[in-house]
Write a protein that binds this ligand. Structure first.
Ligand SMILES: *[C@@H]1O[C@H](CO)[C@@H](O)[C@H](O)[C@H]1NC(C)=O
Length: 357
């Protein structure tokens, strides 16, 4: 999502901005590049013993539903009425509950944002998912601003948007990694998204030799070839994945990049959103074990506002070389589109997790 701040807004709101700045900049320093985040663990949940895992990955478009045409997609809508937020979030929770998942990776989970009627979607989803055994969880914000003076006609106001990971198995630890920011002025950075990755390590039984990491991320949208996506992908490789050495990992989320198998020229007027020569996610495809290992198994995940069905793949999944994908499908949402993204469901196996006797 693009956030364009108008300078007139900033000037009008200067006193408010100055008042907020210490809060925000304290956050900025505190984030650094990595910090531990809170884990809600259920001590009665099972401990991972190298079991196969079914993972669902979904950008839930902050529970706003697809009825309205939002300003960042060329429309006017900024906020969603409370009943619609509750209805959409509940429907998303129910679709997830029917997925028989062990792990759920969500992007764009609003927590008490003005645009979604101050509903804490993480809390709501937590209570639904607890009912089907996904009782361990963690969330990390990547847009948390007390007041966003944009767009002009209806300010976003308070924003809290998170990555959220739910697990059937106990969690050992969770880390929020700060990813490189868009190249823009300090003042815009105060109000804009701070893209991140939520890196969670599962607790493991003594039989499991190496820790398994599950990484959830959402990279910058509409950076239009300014190098931000390239730097974010580089940071994921160099700071997060490669230091894991030969321990297994799984990474998935919304990369806002099409797959190496798609041609942006086929996307009509949206062709300009993506680099022409090579997708920014190419280094991950080159280097790691991609769920979409060939054009034959590629699944379209993103449905633009005007399209009847998903027409491109901007959600991706990667794993270390020892992880096996048994089944990669779209999760059935009963024919309804509950977000501009469709959920991916991946069945993973870890043959090397437990040493053979
Ligand atoms: C893959 O998963 C889907 C459900 O998402 C199921 O219908 C299908 O039978 C599975 N395929 C295999 C080969 O297990």
């Amino acid at each position: 999502m693009l956030l364009l701040l108008s300078w007139s807004c900033v000037l009008v709101l200067a006193p408010a901005v100055l008042g907020l700045a210490p809060v925000v900049s304290r956050g900025v320093r505190f984030f650094g590049s990595r910090r531990p985040v809170r884990v809600w663990n259920d001590e009665s949940a099972p401990i991972w013993d190298g079991d196969p895992l079914t993972v669902v990955v979904w950008n839930m478009q902050f529970g706003a539903g697809i009825r309205q045409h939002f300003f960042y997609d060329g429309g006017l809508a900024v906020s969603t009425p409370k009943d619609e937020v509750l209805e959409t979030t509940t429907a998303i929770g129910e679709a997830l509950a029917g997925a028989e998942a062990d792990i759920v990776l969500l992007q764009e989970v609003d927590r008490r944002s003005r645009r979604t009627a101050y509903v804490d979607e993480f809390e709501r989803l937590s209570s639904i998912l607890e009912g089907c055994g996904l009782s361990c969880r963690s969330s990390a914000s990547y847009w948390r601003v007390p007041y966003v003076p944009h767009p002009k006609h209806d300010h976003l106001g308070r924003i809290g948007m998170h990555l959220a990971t739910f697990s059937r198995f106990q969690i050992e630890s969770a880390t929020r990694w700060q990813l490189p920011l868009l190249r823009e002025s300090r003042i815009r950075r105060l109000f804009n998204l701070r893209r991140a990755a939520l890196d969670l390590e599962l607790r493991r039984t003594p039989r499991v030799e190496k820790p398994l990491s599950i990484v959830n991320t959402h990279l910058s949208a509409f950076s239009r070839g300014d190098g931000t996506l390239e730097r974010q992908v580089g940071a994921i490789r160099e700071k997060i994945l490669d230091p894991k050495g030969d321990a297994p990992w799984f990474l998935a989320g919304d990369f806002n990049c099409i797959s190496p198998y798609e041609d942006p020229n086929n996307l009509g007027e949206e062709a300009d959103l993506y680099p022409k020569d090579k997708t920014d996610v190419q280094p991950l495809y080159d280097r790691y074990n991609a769920a979409f290992s060939s054009p034959d198994v590629l699944l379209p995940t993103y449905k633009p506002f005007r399209a009847a069905r998903p027409d491109r793949t901007i959600d991706h999944a990667f794993a270390s070389s020892d992880v096996v994908y048994d089944n990669v499908t779209m999760l059935d949402t009963g024919g309804r589109f509950l977000s501009d993204h469709q959920p991916l469901r991946l069945a993973l196996r870890f043959p090397g997790a437990v040493a053979s006797p």
